[in-house]
Design a protein around this ligand. Structure first.
Ligand code: SAM
Length: 240
């Protein structure tokens, strides 16, 4: 089985921590209405930074964290297992947004930084799968990430994090790839104390872009009412 995050998986957690410090408040607010008596799901959980927020928002809730990448699932499972409360409540599943078997009643669904992995058909199927299962008032929370159109994005360094003697650096650029997608070309580096590059890794992945109004229309077609909040965090609930 191929692992889309085989290269990036080493770096993703470290380089996502800063973004999640900013996302924590808007995501917690968007999770209002989460129902602790139904299953809470994090789809494309990565290293579990969002899973932690979901679990903290509903303190006694039963959580499922779905992650297709074996490498990231290992990071996720070890982080969950190291935390006594999460270890008791979070079940990790090998699966993806369209194939994973979901419980009939969902108390909240989190799908952060992942919607672009789904093509337009997949996105609509995912929204329907979630809408059919969310209990009344319970939210689907995801986010929009630029670009909203298939336009080039010049190379930028996204972040640098120091661990021990090494600095981990992540950056990337994007090029249009078809009418509704871009290909991100990511560059990861490990730098020594003197700035020397000890390792450099590259990873390409396709990202399906979606404009805010298109996503809201697709949500409405699936029976969801969506709204876009701070940091482009989108909250949707089932239409009564
Ligand atoms: C950029 S990471 C975000 C991880 C995590 N949600 C976060 O915000 O830190 C994207 C995640 O989506 C997962 N993913 C990719 N394709 C997926 C799919 N079809 N269904 C569910 N998750 C998918 C990846 O394995 C990865 O964990």
């Amino acid at each position: 089985m191929s692992d889309e995050y085989q290269i990036a998986g080493e770096y993703l957690h470290l380089l996502s921590e800063a973004a999640w410090q900013a996302l924590r408040t808007p995501v917690t607010q968007a999770l209002r209405g989460a129902a602790g008596d139904a299953t809470l799901v994090d789809i494309g959980a990565g290293s579990g930074l969002g899973t932690e927020v979901l679990a903290a928002t509903v303190p006694d809730g039963d959580v499922i964290a779905v992650e297709p990448s074996p490498l990231l699932r290992a990071v996720l499972l070890s982080r969950v297992a190291a935390h006594p409360d999460l270890r008791q409540r979070v079940t990790t599943l090998a699966g993806d947004a369209l194939g994973v078997e979901l419980p009939g009643r969902l108390g909240a669904v989190l799908a952060m930084n992942m919607i672009g992995h789904l093509d337009p058909d997949g996105r609509r199927t995912f929204l329907r799968r979630v809408a059919e299962r969310l209990v009344p008032g319970a939210p689907l929370v995801l986010n929009l990430q630029p670009p909203a159109e298939p336009t080039p994005v010049p190379f930028t360094v996204f972040g640098e994090v120091q661990v021990g003697r090494h600095t981990y650096e992540g950056g990337g650029s994007a090029e249009p790839s078809g009418s509704a997608a871009v290909t991100w070309r990511m560059r990861y580096r490990v730098l020594d104390t003197d700035g020397a590059v000890l390792r450099e890794d590259h990873a390409d992945y396709r990202w399906h872009v979606v404009a805010p109004e298109v996503l809201l229309t697709e949500m409405a077609d699936a029976g969801l009412t969506g709204e876009i909040g701070a940091l482009d965090v989108v909250r949707a609930t089932r239409r009564p």
